[in-house]
Design a protein. Structure first.
Length: 277
């Protein structure tokens, strides 16, 4: 069997294929909603659609890393022991952001209930449903591969801005299902992209400190989970997220400019071969 030709632009190919896979899956999500399928069917299809980046990376893997094992690649992304200081730092930062947004909503909202989840059972279900979709489904492709691949050429900051932009644009079909129009839609997109790019910078900074995919998965989980808990105007919630996450991203750059702005390439050993990750 002949070896497949290695891709010249693996990240661009990954982004393109991710969107190609996502679009029909997203349409299927819409169909299940319009036809009134049970909630669990909608949730399952929605979860599968979030895995489009992982599907794309798995399909392209042999052309990106010829001769290497996909399973081993995934294992290597979790092989470094998670650092307690890193996990505690990201958890504390996001919990603080959540509490600050909660305080602002309480003081500026007339909603009857501040939380969207009304029981522990619903809360637990929401937590794991959210975890199995975006955080676990997206991070192998976007951070485990694309972020690290771009860091062969760019600094962590530049790489995370590029990935953050395209990660945000991948959500484009969702923007037009929100019901927002005109200036409201522009606000939604603006705050969404600032939030996404800022979060991508934070993910890159902490992921480079630990090199375990659990780190961006946790950041992604808390970002989605916390914003889904608060019962408030969605544009206001995104505005608060954009504000606080961008402040954290800027502080990280100021505090540790050498690693974020001028980070050097790292080398890992995959399947006995030295390669830049």
């Amino acid at each position: 069997m002949s070896r497949e030709k290695k891709l010249n632009k693996p990240v661009a190919s990954f982004i393109l294929l991710t969107n190609i896979i996502f679009l029909p899956l997203f349409c299927l999500v819409g169909v299940t909603s319009l036809l009134g399928f049970p909630t669990w069917v909608f949730d399952v299809i929605h979860c599968i659609s979030a895995w489009s980046s992982t599907f794309a990376f798995a399909i392209l893997f042999k052309r990106i890393y010829p001769g290497q094992s996909f399973i081993q690649f995934v294992k290597d992304k979790f092989k470094n022991k998670p650092k307690f200081s890193v996990i505690l730092s990201v958890s504390t930062i996001q919990a603080f952001i959540f509490l600050m947004i909660l305080f602002l909503v309480l003081n500026n909202s007339a909603v009857d209930s501040i939380f969207t989840k009304t029981s522990w059972g619903i809360l637990v279900y929401y937590f794991f449903k959210n975890l199995l979709s975006g955080p676990i489904g997206e991070e192998l492709g976007w951070r485990g591969f694309a972020q690290m691949e771009l860091q062969k050429k760019y600094s962590p900051l530049i790489a995370s801005i590029i990935i953050g932009f395209w990660w945000g644009m991948w959500h484009l079909p969702i923007w037009f299902t929100t019901g927002f129009m005109g200036i409201e839609l522009i606000k939604y997109i603006l705050f969404f992209m600032i939030s996404i790019i800022s979060t991508a910078i934070i993910m890159a900074a902490f992921y480079n400190l630990n090199q375990n995919l659990i780190v961006p998965i946790i950041i992604h989980q808390f970002f989605n989970f916390y914003i889904g808990l608060i019962n408030g105007n969605l544009i206001d919630l995104l505005m608060y997220n954009a504000l606080f996450y961008s402040v954290v991203a800027i502080l990280i750059i100021i505090i540790n400019p050498k690693k974020v702005l001028y980070g050097k390439k790292n080398t890992n050993i995959i399947n006995g071969k030295n390669s830049v990750i």
